[in-house]
Design a protein around this ligand. Structure first.
Ligand SMILES: [Zn+2]
Length: 468
């Protein structure tokens, strides 16, 4: 999940400075360079748009492997699948990199029933990842609604023994929906402990979405270990609005039953393929996505798309006979969703081996039409990548903004100051599916998915050629 910051101004500035540079430089040289690159990127695009395996790979991953939360049987199946596909797609070498991963299980179907004097209503809910369960007997308590942590603090004396319901909506005025997510997700992440501090017995959070359906959206929480742990669930938006409308005039008692719990940490793996560099084999460019996904769905957009983007770049480079100057690593990271252990391990091994990582890029924002990149690096690096927009704009990327890379590559940036980037597709529909039961293959468009791979490949090609 990158942090994209809309900056059209930078884009227009950058386009004009590129044009000036072209004019200022020796016309022959700059025209030839620009021409070579645009021809090469066109070849990459044609290869992917005509022969892509991304959509078929996504079908295989979502339908034959399915959900693949860390520690689950699905995750181990996904590891083997990933290794095989990387080998088949032409990696010079491919291997599994061991790391310990958490093993949280849902422990059955999550239930919530609202009890009013006149009726009972089943609510569409899902326990948050890493949450403890209610125990087999469930929990029954009155609900108290708040719209912010500030409001919770104000009514702290009435929270004891209640279920706290955080009804904080996505801010619809943020055009980039990741900004709305970034703004609201603190209630999912920290809401349980903040409520437990005042004696709440459970927590319900409005799902991290602004979709028009009622599907609840899970996702990780983290407990403050100095406070009691309480069960936490997300509720679908229609049911959240219904609760809100009833709570306006009467009390509601809710019965909750969830069974989430941790099993001991277990061994998992990052799955890595490599194309060995012809000129600088000891300098690495990493491209990746995360292999794990939440359990209610198939993890098609999150992050099956990033996985098949990564593999498609490898396949296309091999098909074109492209020999990179630097070694390129294609990494299917373990455990992004509830621990980041894969990304941490990858950066740790890179540091221990004293590896030189010149760049890393991740796709973890869905398989929608590409729009841009966020980049975590110096001002000069940002400027250099922005100078390539005229080459990328034909394939959908028109803004490259200061931000960060994907979560899995952020430890590489933190440990060794590697510049990192994240593909930013159109954000309007991502949170309709994110961590919900409808994040399935059928909701991914083939062309949009392929264009993501085109842009990932083009950026990796440019960094390989020119460095950062
Ligand atoms: Zn993700």
């Amino acid at each position: 999940m990158g942090k994209l910051f809309i900056n059209l101004f930078a884009f227009f500035c950058c386009v004009s400075s590129f044009a000036q540079n072209v004019q200022k430089d020796s016309p022959k040289e700059s025209v030839v360079t620009f021409g070579d690159d645009s021809i090469m990127i066109r070849r990459i695009a044609d290869e992917i748009l005509v022969h892509s395996k991304a959509y078929d790979n996504l079908h295989d991953l979502t339908k034959n492997v399915g959900s693949r939360l860390s520690g689950s049987a699905g995750f181990y199946k996904a590891e083997q699948w990933g290794l095989k596909v990387l080998q088949k797609s032409g990696a010079d070498k491919a291997w599994l990199q061991e790391c310990m991963i958490p093993h949280w299980v849902r422990g059955g179907k999550d239930e919530a029933v609202a009890n009013l004097a006149s009726q009972k209503k089943n609510l569409d809910v899902i326990a948050l990842g890493n949450s403890i369960g209610t125990g087999p007997k469930g929990i029954s308590a009155n609900v108290i609604q708040v719209r912010s942590f500030e409001e919770l603090d104000k009514i702290k004396d009435s929270v004891k023994g209640k279920i706290v319901f955080y009804n904080y909506k996505f801010n619809p005025t943020f055009i980039n929906v990741f900004q709305a997510y970034g703004d609201a997700v603190r209630y999912r992440g920290a809401g349980a402990s903040r409520a437990a501090k005042y004696g709440a017995v459970a927590m319900i959070v409005r799902s991290m979405s602004e979709s028009a359906d009622n599907n609840p959206h899970t996702g990780a929480l983290s407990y403050d270990t100095t406070l009691p742990k309480i069960p936490a669930i997300a509720i679908g938006l229609k049911d959240a609005d219904w609760l809100d409308s009833i709570l306006n005039y009467k009390r509601i008692n809710i019965f909750l039953k969830t069974g989430g719990h941790f099993l001991p940490d277990t061994v998992g793996h990052n799955v890595i393929g490599e194309l060995t560099g012809a000129e600088f084999p000891d300098e690495y460019i990493t491209i990746g996505g995360h292999l794990d996904s939440w359990d209610p769905a198939e993890g098609a957009h999150d992050d099956g798309a990033g996985i098949v983007h990564t593999i498609e770049v490898l396949r296309a480079f091999k098909a074109l006979g492209y020999k990179p100057k630097h070694s390129i690593r294609f990494v299917l990271f373990a455990n992004e969703e509830n621990g980041l252990r894969g990304g941490l391990k990858y950066a740790e091994v890179a540091k221990n081996k004293n590896e030189t990582h010149i760049f890393a890029v991740e796709s973890d924002a869905g398989g929608f039409s590409p729009r841009g990149y966020s980049l975590g690096g110096s001002a000069e690096q940002l400027k250099k990548v922005q100078s390539w927009i005229p080459l990328l704009i034909w394939y959908g990327v028109y803004q490259i903004v200061n931000g960060g890379g994907g979560a899995d590559i952020s430890p590489l940036n933190a440990n060794s100051n590697t510049p990192v980037a994240e593909l930013m597709p159109d954000t309007q529909r991502y949170f309709d599916y994110h961590h919900a039961r409808n994040d399935v293959f059928e909701n991914v468009n083939k062309r949009e998915l392929e264009l993501g791979a085109v842009n990932m490949a083009a950026l990796v090609y440019l960094v390989d050629k020119y460095g950062l």
